[in-house]
Design a binder for this molecule. Structure first.
Ligand code: ADP
Ligand code: MG
Length: 301
């Protein structure tokens, strides 16, 4: 199954992608995540570093595909998720679609493209020009990350239009929206009422997610037990002498429980995708309809 995750810049696509990839791997799937954003930080929390991009590797080898080995471009990430960064075209020149095309071509040459149960493309989605819509050519499902605000929903509506367009010639469906950094979902609900599509999950703003980015780890990794905590210490009761240590352990446990709770959001999304949902071919709103919907909404609040 091929998934393409889209959404406005900075909305949380890479965060969501990495955690969904691990959730799918936890369900026994062999997963490859391909970062298709020139920012090339899609897989950062999976590997803990910025891996070399396909385009940089190709240009270093003068585009001699036969000189490139899988280990030059595919890096193992947390939870067994394999990671690739497509990279970007030179700033102000070239096309993102070309980069995605070269990436898929190379992965096919390396016999890697058909080796995975799931390939997840994490794609920049502010401007859905033909180039950045390229991953939709390969995808079974598009997933859109949004928040409860105008800009992200405007981008979502443009992405929905691209899905409708591509679905004319490809077996592509929109699996649905994921609300991110969103405690209220009233505007999202208004949008999906006017442009029907599933809402797979809604995640609030979570401090641990911000921290996970800084630490270069996913929530799943942060929710595993810290090896420095001795399990005998965890059973410490009130008779423990070292109150400071006890408090620290309790705090660690609270943090781990909180992270587990958040991981469940991503496991829920993975489980929905694994049922191969019907999805929708959306009928996007016109810009005028979208503006009217939003201004009506804001005026009534
Ligand atoms: P994108 O890939 O869409 O550009 P990122 O996934 O890199 O966005 O997220 C941008 C920033 O927002 C990162 O620092 C990330 O840790 C943070 N972030 C993403 N989702 C959440 C969330 N639900 N709560 C708090 N911070 C978040
Ligand atoms: Mg990103």
């Amino acid at each position: 199954m091929k998934l393409a995750v889209y959404g406005k810049g900075g909305i949380g696509k890479s965060t969501t992608s990495c955690n969904i990839s691990i959730a799918l791997a936890k369900r026994g799937k062999k997963v490859l995540q391909i970062g298709c954003d020139p920012k090339h930080d899609s897989t950062f929390t999976l590997t803990g570093f910025l891996i070399p991009t396909i385009i940089d590797t190709l240009s270093a080898k003068d585009y001699h595909y036969e000189d490139i080995w899988p280990e030059d471009v595919i890096y193992g990430g947390y939870g067994g998720v394999d990671c690739v960064e497509a990279g970007g075209p030179p700033a102000g020149a070239g096309c993102g679609g070309y980069v995605v095309g070269e990436t898929v071509k190379l992965l096919k040459e390396l016999n890697a493209f058909f080796e995975y149960d799931i390939i997840l493309f994490d794609v920049l989605g502010d401007v859905v020009c033909g180039g950045f819509a390229a991953p939709l050519n390969y995808a079974d499902y598009c997933i859109i990350v949004t928040d409860n605000g105008f800009d992200a929903l405007f981008a979502a509506n443009r992405i929905a239009a691209s899905v409708r367009e591509k679905a004319r010639t490809h077996p592509l469906r929109l699996a649905g929206l994921i609300g991110n950094r969103t405690s209220k979902r009233d505007l999202i609900d208004k949008y999906v009422e006017a442009c029907p599509m599933p809402v797979l999950e809604v995640l609030p703003l979570i401090e641990e997610i911000r921290i996970s980015r800084v630490k270069g780890k996913t929530l799943f990794e942060m929710s595993t037990f810290s090896p420095t905590i001795d399990s005998t210490e965890i059973n410490c009761n009130a008779t423990c002498v070292d109150i400071t240590t006890n408090t620290k352990i309790k705090n660690n446990l609270a943090e781990i429980n909180q992270n587990n709770y958040i991981c469940n959001f991503y496991l829920n999304i993975a489980d929905q995708l694994l049922t191969e949902p019907e999805g929708v071919i959306p009928r996007e709103l016109s810009d005028k309809e979208l503006f009217t919907l939003l201004s009506d909404f804001y005026l009534k609040v």
